[in-house]
Ligand binder design. Structure first.
Ligand code: HEM
Ligand code: HEM
Length: 187
């Protein structure tokens, strides 16, 4: 029998999995590039590291917007039955917060870059429009916010990964395996 349009899917689509793992890999790379770029001594290498960091950051922003559109247009699999209400609420809230941080990090970085007043081309080609006017105070404030958001994302990811491993090894349900690339959707 056909499943009603409103019922949850049984697994994540190939697109949802590709977005999840593609964006996850880019974000991990982005942390390495951000910390390297910020701590490197002033040199052409430092400037290159920043071009990579800012370019990949803008790519992440575009991918997360597409990911959210895809997520809103399709069905997501339901959480396993019998999960306590607080755990469901925590899962939904933490996923929503992950999306907020995945948007807020690149946006705050874009503000730092624009407020610093240095013209910038994504991957050395596409000029990035200034989102705010050049202003030293704004640049300092946005850099502090960018840093704090980065710490918040690391903390939330530790919880996110711990929760995924708990589902797999302690609760022994299919929450982790259904997000892994190998398993194809049955819908
Ligand atoms: C930068 C790294 C990561 C980010 C930003 C991230 C973000 C997210 C988000 C936003 C969702 C919710 C998907 C949705 O409802 O649309 C999700 C789901 C999920 N993530 Fe991650 N994730 C990351 C890394 C990981 C890692 C390393 C693991 C495994 C150890 C993992 C395991 C999962 C699983 C199993 C789900 C599915 C949960 C469910 O079925 O309800 N994630 N992730
Ligand atoms: C998911 C996306 C991003 C993540 C996870 C991220 C993370 C980081 C991290 C960890 C740092 C080093 C910590 C610090 O000293 O502040 C940093 C610095 C920086 N990022 Fe990002 N970033 C992202 C996107 C962007 C984007 C899109 C831009 C600009 C277009 C950008 C511009 C900068 C700048 C200018 C700094 C140096 C800040 C300073 O002067 O202290 N970032 N970022």
């Amino acid at each position: 029998m056909a499943r009603p349009r409103s019922s949850p899917a049984l697994a994540w689509s190939a697109a949802a999995k590709s977005f999840h793992w593609g964006v996850a890999a880019l974000i991990l790379l982005q942390f390495v590039l951000g910390w390297l770029a910020a701590s490197w001594r002033l040199s052409p290498t430092k400037l290159d590291l920043f071009v990579w960091h800012k370019s990949i950051g803008m790519l992440i922003l575009a991918l997360v917007v597409l990911r959210l559109l895809n997520r809103l247009a399709t069905r997501a699999p339901a959480l396993p039955p019998g999960m306590p209400a607080w755990e469901r609420a925590a899962a939904h809230a933490s996923h929503a917060l992950l999306y907020v941080l995945m948007l807020a990090l690149p946006l705050s970085g874009w503000i730092v870059s624009a407020a610093a007043g240095v013209p910038f081309r994504i991957f050395w080609r596409l000029p990035l429009p200034a989102i705010v006017a050049s202003d030293e105070h704004t640049a300092e404030l946005a850099a502090a916010v960018h840093f704090a958001l980065g710490i918040a994302l690391v903390a939330l990811l530790v919880l996110h990964i711990a929760a995924a491993l708990r589902h797999h090894f302690a609760k022994r349900d299919d929450v982790l395996t259904r997000m892994l690339p190998a398993r194809t959707p049955r819908t």
